[in-house]
Design a binder for this molecule. Structure first.
Ligand SMILES: Cc1ncc(COP(=O)(O)O)c(C=O)c1O
Length: 355
């Protein structure tokens, strides 16, 4: 039977909520009333058959790339799907990081590819090791998939390492897909997109996680023009046209990106301080310290994580994401950037549950 679902997505939509919800990955919702846009400027229908030109231009300008390289998509979710489906055929090898964001694996399995893995080791700060990538690559590998920042650990992969991975891919005629949906959560010296590193790089992202406007579903792919065109044609099978009012609002969001990002940044940074204190105080948990990112991947010592999280939810009304969704059952993921009071109380309740 062909794989046709995502256990993580289902859990996230039906089981992740609690009063103290630390099972998040994106920042707090940015309210429409704070976006300087007038309802009279919106419209329901418009010219957007292969994307709305002003939005494509806004995305292209943000990255300093040619608009021909920009493919609009419904969030990074559809961006990843389109990118993988356009590049991969059944039976191709795809090399995906381990641990990985579940839906990336689900799409690769749905596409009937041979999923191979390269490990990001915890003792190495969950970094991408090009030697490990080289060890795991095969002549049939068509695509290497990395998230940067890494979900769940928020590890950052620098350009020097991405270049090495790009060289490995180029030598066998493969491409590198970098999901950069969390990259702009590096607030100081925000790195440029890896799309600039060479034609073997394909990048996906959206305004969902770092900017708080997930409801707009404003996502995109950056790819070389011929591949970008293939992806637009493939998207014809999924959705005739994008949602026009969403595109108008997305253009407005792009005009005020700093406003959106700074609002969330304050919360993320306050939450990170609390998380550091918590990790210092609690000997039963540990995580790699980071200066960036909206998620932290926490190891729980000497306890069953699922049992712990079930109790945390039922007795303490607090949620976090079980590590099994990242194939790491000894860990759980905590999200920052939504509401610092809630985050503080959530951590407090985790401490109580640990006692
Ligand atoms: C690595 C990664 N890619 C893509 C997505 C989906 O993003 P979007 O909401 O833009 O579809 C997520 C959501 O958690 C994610 O963590």
């Amino acid at each position: 039977m062909r794989h046709k679902h995502s256990d993580y997505m289902h859990w996230s939509k039906t089981q992740s909520r609690a009063r103290f919800n630390l099972a998040t990955s994106g920042v707090a919702p940015f309210p429409l009333r704070e976006l300087p846009v007038k309802v009279e400027e919106l419209e329901i229908n418009g010219d957007d058959s292969y994307g709305y030109a002003p939005l494509q231009q806004a995305i292209a300008a943000h990255y300093r790339v040619d608009p021909e390289c920009v493919v609009e998509s419904a969030g990074t979710s559809m961006a990843n799907h389109l990118a993988m489906a356009a590049i991969l055929d059944p039976g191709h090898d795809v090399l995906i990081e381990y641990p990985a964001y579940g839906p990336i694996l689900d799409v690769a399995n749905y596409l009937q590819t041979n999923v191979r893995r390269f490990t990001r080791a915890e003792e190495n700060g969950w970094a991408v090791d090009p030697k490990e990538v080289l060890r795991c690559i095969t002549p049939k590998t068509r695509l290497i998939v990395i998230t940067n920042l890494h979900n769940p650990t928020s590890a950052f992969t620098p350009e020097s390492v991405l270049r090495e991975v790009g060289d490995i891919a180029r030598n066998i005629g493969a491409l590198v897909l970098v999901d950069e949906v969390y990259l702009d959560a590096v607030y100081e010296g925000t790195p440029r997109t890896s799309f600039h590193l060479g034609p073997e790089f394909v990048v996906t992202s959206s305004l969902t996680k770092v900017y708080g406007v997930s409801g707009l579903r404003c996502g995109w792919i950056l790819a070389q023009p011929d591949l970008a065109w293939k992806m637009r044609r493939l998207n014809d099978l999924y959705s005739a046209t994008p949602v026009y009012p969403g595109e108008l609002l997305s253009v407005a969001a792009f005009q005020h990106l700093d406003l959106l990002r700074e609002r969330a940044r304050r919360i993320v940074e306050a939450d990170r301080k609390l998380l550091r204190d918590f990790l210092e105080q609690e000997s039963a948990v540990s995580a790699v310290d980071r200066k960036w990112g909206t998620t932290s991947f926490v190891r729980l010592q000497a306890r069953n994580v699922d049992t712990f999280l079930e109790r945390l939810r039922s007795k303490f009304d607090t949620s976090a994401v079980p590590g099994r969704f990242f194939e790491m059952p000894d860990h759980f993921r905590i999200g920052m950037g939504v509401n610092t009071e809630m985050f503080a109380e959530g951590l407090n309740r985790i401490s109580r549950a640990l006692r």
